[in-house]
Design a protein around this ligand. Sequence first.
Ligand code: 26W
Length: 819
Amino acid sequence: MNKPLDLPELDHPAPGAVAIRRALLNHLIYTVGKDPLTATDRDWFFASAAVLRERMIERWMETMRSYYVQDRKRVYYLSMEFLMGRSMMNSMLNICCEKEFQDALDDLADAGLKPERLREMEHDAALGNGGLGRLAACFLDSMATLGVAGYGYGIRYEYGMFHQSIEGGQQVEHPDNWLRYGNPWEFPRPEVLYPVQFHGRVVDYVDNHGRRHSQWVDTSEVMAMAYDTPIPGYATGTVNNMRLWAAKSSRDFDLNYFNEGNYIRAVQDKNESENLSKVLYPSDSTEMGRELRLKQQYFFVSASLQDMLYRFAKSNLPLAQLPQKVAIQLNDTHPSIGIAELMRILLDLQQLDWERAWGITVRTFAYTNHTLMPEALETWPVALFERVLPRHLQIIYEINHRFLKDVMHRYPDDPSLWRRVSLIEEGSEKRVRMAHLAVVGSHRVNGVAQIHTRLMKETIFADFHRLWPDKIVNMTNGVTQRRWLHQANPALSDLLSSRIGKGWLKDLSKLRELTPLAQDAPFRAAFAQVKLANKSRLAQLILQRQGLEVDPRSMFDVQVKRIHEYKRQLLNVLHVITLYNRIREGADVPARTVIFAGKAAPAYHMAKLVIRLINDVADVVNSDVQVRGLLKVVFIPNYDVSTAEVIIPAADLSEQISTAGTEASGTGNMKLALNGALTIGTLDGANVEMREEIGAENFFIFGLTADEVAAQRAAGYNPWLHYDNDAQLQQVLHMLRDGYFSPDEPGRYKAVFDALTYGGDRFMLLADYALYVACQEAVSALYRDPEAWTTRAILNVAGMGKFSSDRAIAQYAKGIWNV
Ligand code: 26W
């Protein structure tokens, strides 16, 4: 490292509107290389980003220096996904000068700049599928805001989450070429380059002291190159770092072919190794068990560990001190190969003995579980593992051997327990259970909502909970109020701040001070006014994107999330059809616009069929004159962070209707309630805690509880019982079965009917149907009384203080990371 040089002479001028205006023009001309006369919206966006990023850099360096000088304990958040969305507004808020920047932009209108258009020019950074990836993004924001020395580590996918279009009612996937125009927030670090090994074989040898060692040799190699993105905290000098790795071919690799004169082959191989970070896997339901995915996991974990240990080495402390200086959080099992990798480094490269290495490893790692769904729990075929990571497989076997020895010692008479907890699943094809590796190799394991953590202890990790009763803890999820209230809903942010001050931006529990305002008629009117304006904005977007007119005065009933059977978008559709039938029979109901958005994994056929059904139902309902404008159905294509930022502030009703016991937490539920939507939901995930905070009288709960679901499953659930006893339900199901919504292809939704009946109705839609419909009636009744509705909406916002990611991060810091 170079001799430290003081930074102060680099100080920027005060961030007034005039200075910003000048900086914008400067960057437009000297960074983007454009004359204001011909500058496009995109040029102005890049100029704005340049101004903001420049102002981040000093604080970023100061932050990194201070961590180094103070030798702070570092927290490394390892995640395959970071769903960041756009950064411009966030940088503006956190780095300087939101107001002044806006003024400067407005000021440049005469130079041809249109502030709203310019914001739209930023491409979403969509390096994630859904909840898990967005949680990681909220956590980075909160770590920076709280001054935790937290680093995000992940993969710089060249293609992020696919773009969804709807053609003929069906989802079509398009590549997300998000880097096409360049990414103004990242800093390439061509010198931060680490080799990552694959394949090869293991050789054993005995050293001079007669000790046995292993060495991984004859490997092929890919280089990991760092790209850094500054993560500014809110109202603090802290700017943290997110480091994403891109695969680059290793030079040696190329050289051999070049020397042989085989240029084409050399370039081909280069391409192949660079494929590693090419594309995000667009599935968050079933593990696809592909070699490339395992390689992606090891690729970014290996590079990240090398980087952490390089940084740790600068402190000159012995490795035994690693757990005092480093905490590694595994965002689901995807990076859990890190446990075996740290063991390999300590054993094979640092020559530590097993006990010491294991002690260090377990005290360093912690693991967050995000799903109980058995099909989403990762396992890898042993044969695949052996080919790609032979030394790691050996280490996993040894971890398992020692672990099982201990279990056998404690439970000598319970061989079925040994089989259940083993890291290896026996069967026709042996597989490595990554969740078991993560639990055994971590000192803490956490669930993401109280009910989820309880179910972890009672179901998937019950055996481990018996072995280590203190290991599993709860850390209820949260979201960042800066993005999900202040930025997404500026009008509501201003209204709240005008009454309770701006303290809630840093301490969301301050929202409690809104409680008395629910009884304040002028406040209610202002609140309702904001909601209506947000609904008009969304109506505008729907008109633009799909030429459909919706009435902002109708109830906006919103279900936005990945399409999954367990999330039960289909139950929502059953209700829509029920409502449709009733309206055609002359029922008088308050007008509703039912809004869906979400992506289906490309290979998830049932999820794609549900999207098609929603669109087919929309076609029929929206064009039926007998509906008298009382019902509209909309599927908004390409749900992403930026679309969420428009939809969520406009919602009246939030649909959180997963089968109880299946949704780990949900975070969309939090964003919607924070923006004044009332929830209709099951007692699942964080809904349970939201209802506690908000008050049961302000929350629409229906359906079986998780315990009732389990009991019915155990007793043998029979969907036909519900079918036989409910004429209204039968009518709806028959319409699906007989092609009412698909007259051109009557059999199109037969598979849906079959899944709910002959197929056993895995997610118990029929069991909850009548309760759901009744609960929706109560929702409609309340909507007819706008004052009462708004009162409850305000009380929802007032009760959401607990669900900030700041609170979540503070709990991780204290309960797991010890920082
Ligand atoms: C295909 C491999 C795979 C499997 C599971 C990829 C990704 C997953 C994730 C665990 C799915 C996910 O995003 N889970 C969601 O995590 C959120 C954050 O904790 C929770 O709020 C959601 O309830 C949970 O579904």
